[in-house]
Design a binder for this molecule. Structure first.
Ligand code: AMP
Length: 283
């Protein structure tokens, strides 16, 4: 795997490749890699001629400075994992490379109501930061394809919207969530949980499954309240939301219709760590 710290170096290299840009897959990450990230690399490798990963902890998407400070950094191990996964190139830019004009740019991306719903409501400014960094990373890599994890469901919708509003030709691919045994969605933030907290955190998956099994049998409000109560009883300190939403708009569903896909989304706090997860359901 070749590592590039500048977009110019990366472009120079890619321009000579026949797989570039049509058959080039891009996997953006913030590092602290786990099998969830590597599933994206695998998918890109299966489908594309060249796979480029990036590791960049993007300061503009952290609404909570403490979360940014505590974000795990495991660069040497990440490089080894990417090498082993057969990733071709790694883009490892500095903050100055991505934000040469500083972090305070005024440009706003019009992503509509996705901006203030769910994650957007609880993490003000988060999706503008995501748009900023993905726009710049796509500008640097210019890939034919981008690989995203379904684990960050709303982020997938935001990136698709970004591609639409910026008229970029990059095609988005969404890869299924990789889970630990028991169902906990793999996340870099799980490293901040102890063994017993990880066990307690399995409650998120249990509530998603409970809603999947019981949907249609009782009012949606009751199901959401039951899931919230269970999460709190199982050791979560706070639940930001349990929502049953339309998969495209992410607006709350009012009525369940047979055969119409829904998504259940949960965000909850375990010992100062905010976990999110989701499950698609076809009732
Ligand atoms: P992050 O490093 O958390 O910004 O994640 C980088 C990419 O990996 C995003 O597209 C995430 O949605 C994806 N990802 C993170 N965790 C998982 C997981 N457990 N399964 C699949 N994809 C994931």
């Amino acid at each position: 795997m070749i590592i590039f710290k500048t977009a110019a170096g990366l472009n120079n290299y890619l321009l000579n490749k026949t797989s570039y840009p049509q058959s080039t897959g891009f996997v953006p990450t913030m590092g602290a890699l786990h099998p969830g990230h590597l599933a994206l690399v695998e998918e890109s490798k299966k489908e594309q001629g060249i796979t480029v990963a990036s590791i960049f902890i993007n300061p503009t998407q952290f609404n909570d400075p403490l979360d940014f400070e505590k974000y795990p950094v495991t660069l040497e191990k990440d490089i080894e994992l990417l090498e082993r996964a057969g990733c071709d190139l790694l883009f490892l830019p500095s903050v100055a490379e991505i934000y040469p004009e500083g972090l305070g740019s005024e440009h706003q991306y019009n992503i509509g109501q996705l901006e203030n719903l769910l994650e957007g409501f609880y993490r003000p400014g988060h999706f503008q930061g995501v748009c900023k960094v993905v726009d710049r990373l796509l500008g640097a890599v210019n890939p034919g394809h981008i690989y995203l994890g379904r684990k960050d469901y709303q982020q997938c919708s935001v990136v698709k919207k970004l591609l639409e509003i910026t008229n970029l030709k990059t095609i988005a691919h969404v890869v299924d969530t990789v889970r630990e045994p028991g169902g906990l969605a793999m996340s870099s933030r799980n490293m901040r949980l102890g063994a017993s907290e990880r066990k307690q955190a399995l409650s998120i998956y249990r509530q998603l499954t409970m809603i999947k099994e019981q949907i249609g049998g009782q009012p949606l409000e009751n199901l959401k309240k039951k899931a919230m109560r269970n999460l709190l009883e199982d050791g979560f300190a706070k639940v930001d939301y349990v929502e049953i939403a339309h998969p495209d708009s992410l607006l709350p569903v009012e009525k369940v219709e047979a055969g119409k896909k829904l998504v259940v989304l949960i965000a909850a706090w375990m010992n100062g760590v905010r976990l999110i997860d989701n499950m698609e359901i076809i009732p």
